[in-house]
Design a protein around this ligand. Structure first.
Ligand SMILES: Nc1ncnc2c1ncn2[C@@H]1O[C@H](COP(=O)(O)OP(=O)(O)OP(=O)(O)O)[C@@H](O)[C@H]1O
Ligand SMILES: Nc1nc2c(c(=O)[nH]1)N=C(CO)CN2
Length: 152
């Protein structure tokens, strides 16, 4: 949980990022990868003047700074920052695919996102509420006892 708050603060601790909204924290069953414990997932919405590659570098830098240690694909890690979408941008460059290629099928992304923005739309896929209606959400549990503070 400390990694989530520290990562969130670090993401906004530089020019060009302005906070819009934050979801609650969810405990989520791991999707894919080796057998591992539950994840904590949350979604933050920002306005940014950074170009998307700079934003990605910022996200990867924050992962490094908070000691992401990972040996296996989709295996345990301390912090993972994914960019779900940037406005209506579409990109299929391997380094930055937009929107995120698996976001539409991930309840651990869409459940918190819908809480941060009830009218969220995933470009090319439709409304988050409609996507969620077709997904099993049983592996996504609200952790009302945990919450993130908006970044300063
Ligand atoms: N939308 C995106 N958000 C974050 N990283 C992305 C995105 N599109 C491509 N990447 C690339 O993916 C790499 C991270 O891959 P990694 O194997 O860590 O994915 P992951 O976060 O574990 O899994 P997943 O992509 O399924 O969420 C980054 O180095 C980055 O260049
Ligand atoms: N529950 C859950 N499962 C995952 C997650 C995640 O954030 N939460 N991230 C993954 C790769 O980024 C793969 N699987």
């Amino acid at each position: 949980m400390d990694y989530l708050q520290s990562g969130l603060d670090a993401l906004f601790d530089a020019p060009g990022m302005s906070f819009v909204a934050l979801s609650p924290v969810y405990e989520t069953d791991p999707v894919g990868g080796p057998s591992q414990g539950a994840f904590l997932n949350a979604v933050v919405i920002a306005e940014s003047s950074l170009d998307p590659r700079t934003l990605l570098d910022r996200a990867l830098g924050v992962e490094d700074a908070f000691g992401r240690v990972r040996k296996e694909h989709w295996g345990p890690r301390t912090l993972d920052v994914d960019i779900i979408m940037v406005g209506s941008l579409m990109s299929d460059e391997a380094e930055l695919i937009l929107p995120h290629p698996r976001a539409h099928e991930r309840a651990f992304v869409l459940v918190p996102w819908a809480q941060a923005d009830a009218s969220a739309v995933l470009p090319g896929r439709g409304s988050v509420a409609a996507l969620l209606a077709g997904l099993d959400q049983s592996g996504v549990r609200l952790r009302a006892d945990l919450s993130l503070e908006p970044p300063l």
